[in-house]
Ligand binder design. Structure first.
Ligand code: SF4
Ligand code: SF4
Length: 418
């Protein structure tokens, strides 16, 4: 690596060194409490997948380049030079970590592995060594934000083809838009994923609840966050923020996408609208008596996988349970409790990398399979697209006898007149 490249990368490293990051880098006592916390280590048993081992790569670079002792005595103090080989180690650490933050729950100091891995991801971007696919997908989202007028008409025509399926789930009163778009003054802006599965059930439920809603032109997923690029993350986020401001909505509701929800909730700053997950919104409709569900629709044991970015990292834990209790008398909790739930193994961009990560995702998530099997449930439902894909892959790979579903689809299928 030439001196200029290294200096540029160290500049990026420095840009991440806020107070919290200094604390995380200075504090680890190597107590080992986090050893069993990571699903990757628990499933594969390799030292390199222990959370503290991942941190150590970052910490040694920090000691070498930002601490006096490491600079003066490079061979002492376990410091590490930023080299091509170090970049390879950073890649391995960052892209085998889903950013689920389960290890943080166990660490007595609350050291945040996802934050530390954000340094690794930023250095990889600076060195053009990040997974290209994620950057490409992020750039496509950004381009769409710049040229909305080009695709508006095609998008609206595409929605018309979904209307019959929405009405099949919930009949529509005459004269009402089945899938409203671009409605200024709507109460709620719904931000879906690309695909009918994210729009049809949601539309049926909004219509059943009599919501004054409008569908966003943009998809919720934020590939900038997956690849750890703060600039791209913000540009993708801003498309939705600007649309919400333009339409003067009171609430932005994020579909079943954990990262999109957490990024919108925690990184979008202060705005005149609130941010909610679709699970929160459905629980609210049930509590307010705006929708009602047929409890006999699914007469089998059901369990629920809490998406890490929605539950542990986003605080949405009670809402899905409230919904599930209206859906079934046989809801079976996964053990351990929700805040300590095992990650499905698909986050951090791993599912978005598709077949390239499939073998690793299957091997690194064996504990998830054992956890689901332990419930005896035959429906495994969740509220995140990434989790749904990963859990479906796990079901196929490990021949699990469960249907993997989206919670919102179950709600839409069980709607009865309120
Ligand atoms: S954040 Fe999750 S995947 Fe990453 S080290 Fe911690 S437990 Fe493992
Ligand atoms: S639990 Fe925390 S302090 Fe202990 S080894 Fe893990 S990261 Fe370090």
């Amino acid at each position: 690596m030439d001196a200029k490249t290294r200096d540029d990368l160290l500049g990026l490293f420095q840009s991440k060194l806020n107070e919290a990051m200094h604390f995380y880098l200075e504090t680890c006592t190597r107590c080992g409490v986090c050893t069993e916390a990571c699903h990757v280590h628990a499933s594969m048993g390799q030292v390199r997948y222990i959370a503290a081992y991942r941190h150590e790569i970052i910490r040694r670079l920090y000691k070498k380049h930002f601490k006096a002792r490491g600079k003066v005595w490079p061979s002492v103090g376990e410091s590490k030079e930023l080299t091509e080989m170090a970049l390879d180690e950073l890649y391995e650490a960052a892209y085998s970590c889903t950013g689920c933050r389960r290890c943080m729950m166990y660490c007595p100091f609350g050291i945040d592995t996802q934050m530390l891995m954000s340094i690794a991801k930023l250095l990889l971007i600076g060195a053009n060594a990040e997974p290209e696919t994620l950057t490409m997908l992020a750039d496509m989202s950004i381009e769409k934000g710049k040229s909305i007028d080009i695709f508006k008409e095609g998008f609206i025509n595409g929605l018309k083809r979904l209307e019959d399926e929405v009405v099949a789930k919930w009949r529509q009163e005459a004269g009402e838009a089945v899938i409203p778009v671009d409605v200024e003054g709507a109460d709620l802006l719904y931000v879906a994923l690309a695909g009918a599965h994210s729009i049809i059930p949601a539309a049926a439920i909004f219509n059943a609840a009599g919501e004054k809603w409008t569908l966003s032109f943009f998809e919720a997923v934020n590939f900038g966050a997956f690849v750890g690029d703060p600039t791209r993350t913000k540009l993708i986020l801003d498309r939705i923020v600007n649309e919400a401001l333009r339409l003067k909505v009171k609430e932005v509701c994020i579909c079943e996408c954990g990262t999109a929800f957490r990024v919108m909730k925690q990184l979008s700053g202060k705005h005149p609208f609130t941010v909610s997950s679709i699970t929160d919104v459905h629980a609210r409709y049930l509590k307010e008596g705006r929708i009602r569900l047929d409890k006999t629709k699914f007469n089998v044991p059901i369990t629920y996988h809490d998406p890490c970015q929605i539950a542990r990292n986003g605080g949405v834990i009670d809402a899905p349970r409230y919904i599930l209790k209206q859906l079934t008398d046989d809801f079976r909790e996964l053990a351990p409790e929700p805040a300590y739930n095992w990650c499905c193994g698909g986050g951090g961009g791993l599912v978005a990398l598709g077949e390239d990560t499939l073998d690793f995702r299957m091997k690194s998530s064996r504990v998830k399979v054992d956890q689901v099997r332990g419930t005896g449930a035959t429906i495994l439902t969740t509220a995140c697209e990434n989790c749904h894909t990963q859990l479906s892959n796990l079901r196929d790979h490990y021949k699990m006898e469960v249907d993997v579903t989206f919670l919102s689809s179950m709600v839409a299928d069980a709607l009865v007149p309120a």
